[in-house]
Ligand binder design. Structure first.
Ligand SMILES: *Cc1c(COP(=O)(O)O)cnc(C)c1O
Length: 473
């Protein structure tokens, strides 16, 4: 590769590390920053500049070699390195169980329990009564059984792990009968057929995408059948000419042929949400009552707790699962157990659960409350003086979503705030909000930036105002 004269000239202008270091150290702003961070920031800026010259990037001019330009570049590199990667984000998208934004928020009770357990020793695997070794699962087993009505329970790392573990325990080397309409893929490439393969289970599909009948299961059962599996299609819905086999029918077949029945509920809720104006999702208790042997669900979808996978069911199968060596690989840590235990205890009082568990509170939030927050945001934004004439803010009747692969068809009516800034496209505004600290994640509808109050927390309208003050500067 030949290098032009201009490129050679620019390469000679590249500053040395020591020279830039002196400029940075002359400014006291970075005195607290570790030397290694300053050095690596300088090196990466110089290296980027060198690469741009070598690539013959036409945007590179002499200005890019000026001290102030380099200083600013290194400054932003330092700030980026010194900022935590995992950080607070404002969910203004109106998707309650937003997988990309951390799914469920913990209640104050759960957070306090996590802090206490993390900062102090605990009886994680110690039985205080006997003074001997205890079992870590015992912290949550009783409360899960109390709420669900199940004989036994176990919590693991996540529901994907719970499904894998259950299949590996009961169906390794055996056929697992699943309806074609239930071979779901959950975001992040978790596909039932793939998990089946990993667990050593042999997938036996029955029925068609839209219709599966009891006879399909009856005909598919043979000597090598290890499990009848139902998968709750929690993130989509087959509508129209459909038929599926009820859990009761599956349990009847299982009893008759002596084959266990498993129900992967995915979203897993303890509360019949249709009482609160949402659509009906199957509850864990219904599955238990139907006589299902193994039931799996997430801790951080509709349950509103920490990331976890919960397995409940018949003692016989849960005991087998507990003995599977994979259980150790999927075990939950003490912070998860603490958050889970405290979240689960809130379910003893359903009203309390719905008002205190953030996921349930936001899902059942009345439109009046979204309107109240929308008005607060509108008031704050219209009180901004600088650049005020460029700003258009209006209230819009739109819908929020449950998210997290839950309640796929459900629209939750929400009073939203639509915002336009003259001279700025909706996508540029969306980007500016995303780059704010904390990042604000809105959505765009019909070329208008939308903030949905349903998922905006009480202390956030003020932060949103500050973001707009900066954008309008
Ligand atoms: C979400 C989901 C899973 C995976 O659960 P994670 O908690 O995300 O691991 C498995 N099965 C179904 C049906 C689901 O909806």
């Amino acid at each position: 590769m030949s290098i032009s004269e201009n490129q050679q000239r620019l390469l000679k202008k590249l500053p040395g590390v020591d020279h830039v270091l002196e400029i940075i150290r002359n400014d006291n702003s970075y005195d607290h920053v570790p030397h290694s961070v300053v050095l690596s920031s300088i090196r990466s800026v110089i290296e980027k500049l060198r690469q741009s010259v070598l690539d013959n990037n036409e945007e590179i001019t002499d200005d890019h070699f000026a001290n102030t330009f380099i200083f600013n570049k290194v400054s932003s590199a330092i700030v980026k390195k010194m900022t935590l990667n995992l950080k607070r984000t404002i969910n203004a998208a109106g998707v309650v169980v937003h997988t990309n934004l951390g799914r469920s928020l913990l209640s104050d009770e759960a957070v306090k329990h996590v802090t206490d357990t993390a900062q102090r020793y605990s009886n994680l695997e110690f039985n205080i009564e006997t003074g001997k070794r205890g079992l870590r699962y015992s912290a949550v087993e009783d409360i899960i059984c109390e709420i669900s009505g199940a004989e036994a329970a176990l919590a693991v790392n996540n529901n994907a792990g719970a499904v894998l573990l259950a299949l590996d325990t009961v169906a390794n080397g055996k056929e697992v009968i699943v309806s074609r309409g239930e071979l779901v893929e959950i975001g992040g490439s978790f596909r039932i057929p793939d998990v089946m393969t990993k667990s050593g289970g042999i997938l036996k599909e029955v029925g068609t995408t839209n219709r599966t009948h009891k006879k399909d299961y009856d005909d598919a059962v043979n000597d090598n059948t290890g499990l009848l599996l139902k998968v709750h299609t929690s993130n989509y819905s087959v509508v129209g000419f459909t038929a599926s086999v009820s859990l009761e029918d599956m349990v009847a077949i299982g009893k008759e042929k002596n084959i266990p029945v498993m129900d992967d509920l995915g979203s897993g809720t303890f509360i019949d949400l249709s009482k609160y104006g949402l659509s009906k999702e199957p509850t864990v208790q219904e599955s238990v009552e139907a006589g299902v042997d193994i039931i799996t669900f997430s801790g951080d979808k509709l349950l509103g707790g920490p990331q976890a996978g919960i397995i409940v069911g018949k003692q016989k199968y849960i005991d087998k699962i507990k003995k599977n060596p994979l259980t150790r690989a999927l075990r939950v840590d003490k912070m998860t157990l603490a958050a889970l235990e405290s979240t689960l205890r809130l379910y003893r009082d359903e009203k309390k659960a719905v008002s205190i568990i953030p996921t349930l509170r936001m899902l059942t939030m009345p439109i009046e409350k979204t309107e109240e927050t929308a008005n607060i945001i509108i008031e704050k934004l219209t009180s901004i003086t600088r650049g005020k004439n460029k700003l258009t803010v209006k209230s819009l009747d739109l819908s929020s979503r449950a998210g997290g692969g839950s309640l796929p068809l459900l629209d939750l009516p929400s009073k939203c705030v639509g915002i336009m800034i003259e001279g700025l496209s909706a996508s540029s505004l969306e980007k500016k909000l995303r780059f704010n600290t904390p990042a604000i994640i809105g959505r765009i509808e019909d070329d208008v930036l939308i903030l949905d109050p349903r998922t905006i927390q009480d202390d956030e309208p003020e932060l949103i105002k500050t973001a707009f003050e900066n954008i309008l500067l």
